[in-house]
Design a protein around this ligand. Structure first.
Ligand code: NAD
Length: 358
């Protein structure tokens, strides 16, 4: 039986509370669908600062690089807020992303039917929505040079550079096409090719890469239109692929279509194959230790891990079906409670219910 090495970084706040039950779900689904997991644990963020003085100990980086996949809870909390920027817990997460070369960020917007009421859009527009935004994470305007603020002709001017190489566009495009192949076979590339040269190159390269993925239907959309379409008829999309800044904005729009932070998983992938999986939410200091954190975002991150790093699509499907069944039965954690007839359960109880359904 194949064994997958999972490196776990529970982190701070509710991180350990949501990671532990998510690992139980992983072990259960592995035994059901026929693979083994070997789990090792490390330190990142505030707990790493307390134990070693660094938010990202070298040992953590080394172990993460050896793993098939990394599962992270979250980092940060008020007890470390007084530290200077380069010593804060967040530095550990940013450092890990860069050490692992995680250039592709995957953010699904999944709106489970029973939670459609939580969206700010009409329930029928979002019920059973399942779209995936693929954002380029290590290039574009957030990293381009030159950048700065300087005085020109007597007044201050701020400037940044939006730059993408063919190679950067090609590798993120391939991620988009390959994910579309594993899903519903449609990829929409989002750019601003009517105004920006970098987007014209983006469109050219994506179109040429399409030659290798003829089974995927490719479309192109300007970013302003994409933002509008996401809130008008979000279900028209399957996979969207876009650059760093457009993806930053559109993935938050897509996240809010579902209306609940405690339900949102994410993945970041590297060319080497190792992936980092984490809930979109933070460490929720206000509810830490109360046993009420919603574990579903982390459990759904484990489903993404099974699909994208462990090559265990059946396990991923099983987890998603089990989560959906729990919601269908009316089980809710406090953060997603809607109707008075919902059955409100705590963190471990929700994970136990998911495992029962598996
Ligand atoms: P947050 O996501 O931690 O919390 C926002 C609100 O959502 C809170 O009311 C919280 O109780 C609730 N919430 C979040 N996750 C929940 C869950 N699983 N179940 C139930 N309720 C949940 O964001 P914040 O309050 O802005 O930040 C708190 C700390 O987390 C800060 O130190 C911040 O830097 C850190 N943070 C870390 C990450 C990360 O590690 N990726 C991301 C965002 C914030």
């Amino acid at each position: 039986m194949t064994t997958k090495n999972i490196f776990v970084l529970p982190g701070d706040g509710i991180g350990p509370e949501v990671v532990a039950p998510a690992l139980e779900v992983l072990q259960k689904v592995a035994s059901k669908t026929g693979f083994d997991v070997s789990i090792s644990e490390g330190l990142v963020g505030g707990v790493a600062i307390d134990a070693t003085g660094s938010p990202l100990p070298e040992e953590t980086v080394a172990q993460a690089k050896q793993a098939d996949a990394v599962l992270l809870g979250g980092v940060g909390g008020p007890q470390w807020d007084h530290l200077s920027t380069d010593k804060r817990p967040e530095k550990g997460l940013l450092g890990l992303r860069s050490e692992l070369g995680l250039f592709a960020n995957l953010r699904p917007a999944l709106a489970f039917g029973p939670l459609a009421q939580a969206s700010s859009l009409k329930p029928e527009l979002v019920a059973n929505l399942d779209i995936l935004i693929v954002r380029e994470l290590t290039g574009g305007i957030y990293f381009g040079e030159p950048r700065g603020i300087e005085t020109r002709a007597g007044q201050r001017v701020g400037f940044n550079t939006l730059v993408y190489s063919e190679q950067e566009i090609e590798r993120i495009a391939r991620v988009g096409f390959e994910l579309a192949q594993k899903r519903n076979g449609r990829l929409c590339s989002v750019d601003k090719a009517n105004v920006l040269e970098v987007s014209q190159l983006w469109r050219e390269v994506v179109t040429s890469v399409h030659g290798d993925y003829q089974d995927v239907e490719l479309s192109h959309m300007y970013v302003d239109n994409a933002a509008m379409q996401l809130v008008r008829t979000p279900k028209q999309f399957d996979v969207l692929v876009t650059g760093n800044m457009f993806g930053d904005i559109l993935s938050d729009v897509a996240a809010m279509l579902t209306g609940s932070l405690g339900m949102l998983p994410s993945a970041s992938l590297a060319a080497s194959g190792v992936g980092l999986y984490e809930p979109v939410h933070g460490t929720a200091p206000d509810i830490t230790g109360k046993g009420i954190a919603n574990p579903l975002a982390t459990i759904l991150s484990v489903a993404m891990m099974c699909r994208y790093s462990l090559d265990q699509a059946a396990a991923a499907d099983a987890i998603e079906v089990a989560v959906s069944a729990c919601l269908q039965d009316g089980y809710r954690t406090e953060d997603i409670r809607g109707h008075s007839k919902d059955q409100v359960v705590g963190t471990q109880a929700m994970a136990d219910l998911v495992m029962e359904k598996l």
